[in-house]
Design a protein around this ligand. Sequence first.
Ligand SMILES: [Zn+2]
Length: 252
Amino acid sequence: MRVFFVIMIVLSSGVAGCFGSDELFDEKRGIPGGLALACLQDDKFEKMKIHFLYEKGYDPIAMDLVKTRLQQVCDKPDGIQIVANEIDFSEDTSWSSDDVRDARWKHGEDAMGSDTLHWYFLFPKGTHNDESVLGVAVDASTVAVFKDTIADSVNFLGRPSADEIERAVTVHEAGHLLGLVNLVYQSPIDHEDSEHPGHSNNEDSVMYWAIESSSIGNIFSGSIPDEFDADDKSDLAGMASGELKCSDQLWS
Ligand SMILES: [Zn+2]
């Protein structure tokens, strides 16, 4: 009974925002960054498939961009392929991070199939139950992007536009799956925002915290980054080469 009580407390005190909270209980699914080396290196996975699961009318617009960004940093000699599927999630309109995780494992397959690495990007109808969240990374191979919340976060100038925000958010969440910033390693460069752990302190990086926040329309009044900055890329190169030690990896 006591164990149950403790678990209930841990679950209900879940971290809002960016990261899923119950990785303790889903070890195999890992934490965001847990399949970073699986992407950055080719030791085990020579191919990669990026699955986009989207509700009808919620077509992702940044599929090619995510592929390009991953190709720029990951080692996949047999290529990276986009797989897009329309899904009826049959969910409520308010999503917890657990709901996202459940939907991905219900409609998707394992992350580590033979020599192919599978990552899943969900585009559901509705919002995260923390309505300031535009996107969320919930385990080592799963993210969600909330287009309804993105549409609402556009400022009255329409700059950045919903399309620009969606592109940035989608790449931002891919960055979390790559372990940025300091999720599964410690950068020798001081570029993590101490007030927003797991994010860059550079507003020219796609890993800047406000990218996935509904306050984005107040913070940016023009173009927003959809690329990793030099420090992010330096971290990824260090992880790929083995120079930076990585923790919490699901394989190796
Ligand atoms: Zn983030």
